[in-house]
Design a protein around this ligand. Structure first.
Ligand SMILES: [Zn+2]
Ligand SMILES: [Zn+2]
Length: 241
């Protein structure tokens, strides 16, 4: 696979339990040759996360810093199995890149049916771009059913490199999820979920797994500059020059 051009999931100091500034993250992204960086802080229901006013004011950050295109987003918390999120729709519409993820204790793992239903509802939400770290073994779900739904609603599935070290069952689950995405032609992104600047762009574990299973590179949105730029332009209406 070609080197990735974007890190689609990163946190800064604003997330409370992360340790670098936006400038430090951008600087490391530039050093590593990335063309895009998505800033995706945890949304307000996480106890140490910023409030909604933080997300409302993200437009203050320029679209390009040190030659890196900066997407202003959020990692929303899935609140329940009906697909509720912790930022209002009006605000989500204004963000460039919205990830939805399950996190305990905000939404404790349910049964396979409940976890699946949560993803089915999330997929229907037009303001969600990315299905966040769904390889977490604590939130097992019906892959066939949910991934077909992700395809139907034009979602992107995240293959989160951080999962391989912190989320139980991720090795097996991420592989099965990727296989299912290939089967139904669902696009994926690889991401670091960095909580420190030196981790920005660290997606080696995700790339290694995708290469191992022969995942089609054309479905990895952030493995090609033009491919990712097209996605970004479509979502934001900006980044046109
Ligand atoms: Zn975090
Ligand atoms: Zn997360």
């Amino acid at each position: 696979m070609k080197p990735i051009v974007a890190d689609t999931h990163t946190h800064t100091l604003a997330s409370g339990h992360a340790y670098s500034t936006i400038m430090e993250n951008v600087h490391w992204a530039a050093q590593k040759g990335l063309s895009f960086l998505c800033i995706t802080e945890h949304a307000p229901e996480m106890h140490d996360a910023p409030q909604s006013s933080f997300f409302r004011n993200l437009y203050s950050i320029p679209d390009e810093i040190e030659g890196v295109k900066v997407l202003k987003g959020a990692e929303c918390n899935i609140m329940d199995f009906d697909g509720s999120l912790d930022l209002p729709q009006k605000l989500l519409r204004r963000l460039d890149w919205v990830i939805a993820s399950y996190h305990g204790p905000i939404c404790m793992p349910g049964t396979l049916e409940q976890n699946t239903q949560g993803w089915m509802r999330i997929a229907e939400n037009p303001d969600v771009d990315v299905i966040g770290h769904c390889g977490d073994g604590r939130y097992v779900f019906d892959l066939e059913k949910a991934i077909k739904q992700f395809k139907a609603y034009d979602k992107i599935v995240e293959i989160n490199a951080h999962s391989f070290t912190v989320r139980p069952g991720a090795h097996y689950n991420c592989r099965e999820i990727a296989r299912c995405c290939a089967k139904y032609q669902v696009p994926v992104v690889v991401s670091s979920d960095a909580h420190f600047c030196m981790d920005v762009g660290n997606v080696a574990a995700s790339v290694a797994m995708l290469e191992e299973i022969g995942f089609p590179e054309e479905l990895v949105l952030n493995a090609d500059y033009d491919r990712f730029l097209e996605v970004v332009r479509k979502k934001t209406g900006r980044f046109t020059v």
